[in-house]
Ligand binder design. Structure first.
Ligand code: NAP
Length: 478
């Protein structure tokens, strides 16, 4: 069995122990054994990143462009193979796995270009003879902690901008899915990244993640994951004076109003709620539907949902892969039970048996719910969506905004008036019109409001707000 090691200061080193990476479509399939670092190794990784910072921060934009661009090309050239690995370790279908790898490649290419586009500003001073320069500089050592549901895209959208703007990195991927991050780290090494600039420490969040966050040598922390973990990390960063960026959960509403195109609405909700097994922070988990279209919408969505084929992520006819592990499956089933107990009517949501032992769950639609129910207030993070019936657009908008989350939101309508009003008044970081709440571009900002996010946006040129700091220089030429 291959053992994949941690990368510290350019050396592949064994961990304190190993963890088996298990395929959720087939628990007899072990993807590999991955080193588990301890707190001491995490400290060494941070020290390596600290030592490498000076020279990397002074590297030329061309050098950074070349490495990131080369890595992007390699990822794209290997996307079928890496997509297969991703689907094996996380359980999303092979097309979804390959698609996510392609996205990672595009992200590296985009941020290769950003390395060349770092600019500043020069303005006249209010004082005679002076000029003022505003210059962007890297922050230093960035600690990164990532979740299991996008095993390659999220590490890519943190690592690529951090390196492009001249920072050094220590990354801890989710313990459930270390394989995809290991591959991009290895590709970056092979693309010519100097020792110490990027360090990989795999292992448990409570051990390795905690050691990274608590280190005085880490200047900033970029975290994606649950609200509970994010808030505790945020509090530690604040206490330590570290810059922090938190991308957390969602309870994303999709509004469907009477004048919607039924086919467009059903497809957007089917995709948003159930694709990638509903394990997306941007998944549409609350479907808010007005009276006039409610019954037709529920009937059409139920029919399409029941026709989705659940199975092994690598099987050609699978549309919905397994849930990621036994713990998440239990959480999904618990929430389906909670919804039923609250008076919701559940269609689907049964455990499914296949030829292999995996965590297969039929998608579930819960009707007859109100926005006050737990099923509509708490993130499930599985293929489970509920329908809330409302009388009109105004009630739909108010219901959509009545949540502590604010990541993504959407509306299906053929009316320019309602689409424009919704775009303006929806309280979320991302708004979709006649499109699923999940599924975004890689060259524009990504992030939410309210309880979903904290700090600067990720992705696109906006990523520089987090990964750089601004220096104001006054020059007296007189
Ligand atoms: P999680 O349980 O919060 O874990 C996220 C990461 O934090 C993992 O690497 C985890 O390590 C680590 N961690 C756990 N405890 C820690 C601690 N005390 N100190 C430092 N690190 C610690 O979340 P998850 O279950 O992996 O991911 C699902 C969640 O992510 C959902 O809520 C989803 O909405 C959210 N998400 C948000 C976005 C977004 O951009 N807004 C995108 C994707 C996912 P382990 O490996 O040990 O678990």
């Amino acid at each position: 069995m291959a053992e994949y090691k941690n990368l510290i200061n350019g050396e592949w080193v064994a961990g304190a122990s190993v963890s088996r990476n298990i395929n959720p479509s087939d628990t007899a399939d072990v993807v590999g054994e991955y080193a588990q670092a301890d707190a001491a190794q995490a400290k060494l990784a941070v020290q390596a990143a600290r030592a490498a910072f000076r020279s990397w921060s002074l590297s030329t934009p061309q050098q950074r462009f070349d490495i990131l661009d080369r890595a992007g090309s390699t990822i794209l050239a290997r996307k079928e193979e890496l997509g297969r690995l991703l689907s094996r370790e996380e359980g999303k279908t092979l097309p979804e796995g390959i698609g996510e790898v392609g996205r990672a490649g595009q992200i590296f290419k985009f941020f290769a270009g950003e390395a060349l586009r770092i600019g500043g500003e020069i303005v006249p001073s209010v004082r005679p003879g002076m000029t003022v320069e505003m210059i962007r500089e890297p922050l230093g050592v960035i600690g990164m902690i990532t979740p299991w549901n996008f095993p390659i895209a999220i590490p890519a959208w943190k690592i690529a901008p951090a390196l492009a703007y001249g920072n050094t990195v220590v990354i801890k991927p989710a313990d459930l899915v270390p394989g995809s991050t290991w591959e991009i780290v290895n590709i970056l090494v092979e693309s010519g990244l100097p020792a110490g600039v990027l360090n990989l420490v795999m292992g448990r969040g409570s051990v390795v993640g905690d050691a990274i966050v608590g280190s005085p040598d880490v200047d900033a922390v970029s975290f994606t994951g649950s609200v509970a973990t994010g808030r505790s990390i945020g509090a530690k960063c604040f206490a330590a004076g570290q810059k922090v960026q938190l991308e957390m959960g969602g309870k994303n509403p999709m509004v469907v109003i009477d004048d919607a195109d039924l086919g467009v609405a059903v497809d957007a909700c089917l995709n948003g709620a159930f694709f990638s097994t509903g394990q997306r922070c941007t998944a549409s988990s609350r479907l808010i539907v007005t009276d006039g279209i409610h019954d037709r919408f529920v009937a059409a969505l139920t029919e399409k949902m029941r026709a989705l084929r659940v199975g092994h992520a690598l099987a050609a006819d699978t549309q919905i892969g397994p849930v990621v592990d036994a713990k998440q499956l239990k959480q999904d089933l618990d929430y389906i039970g909670i919804a039923r107990g609250e008076g919701g009517i559940v269609v689907g949501g049964e455990e499914v048996k296949r030829d292999t032992e995996g965590f297969f769950l039929a998608p579930a639609l819960v009707t007859g719910t109100t926005n006050a129910m737990r099923i509509n207030r708490e993130e499930v993070f599985g293929p489970v969506a509920s329908v809330i019936r409302v009388k009109d657009y105004e009630e739909a908008l108010a219901t959509a905004n009545d949540t502590e989350f604010g990541l993504s939101t959407g509306i299906c309508t053929t009316s320019l008036k309602y689409a424009s009003h919704f775009k303006r008044h929806a309280q979320a970081g991302m708004v979709m019109v006649n499109a699923a709440t999940a599924g975004v571009d890689y060259h524009v900002p990504f992030g939410g409001r309210k309880g979903s996010s904290y700090g600067a946006r990720e992705q696109g040129a906006y990523a520089r707000e987090f990964y750089t700091t601004v220096k104001t220089a006054y020059v007296n030429a007189g």
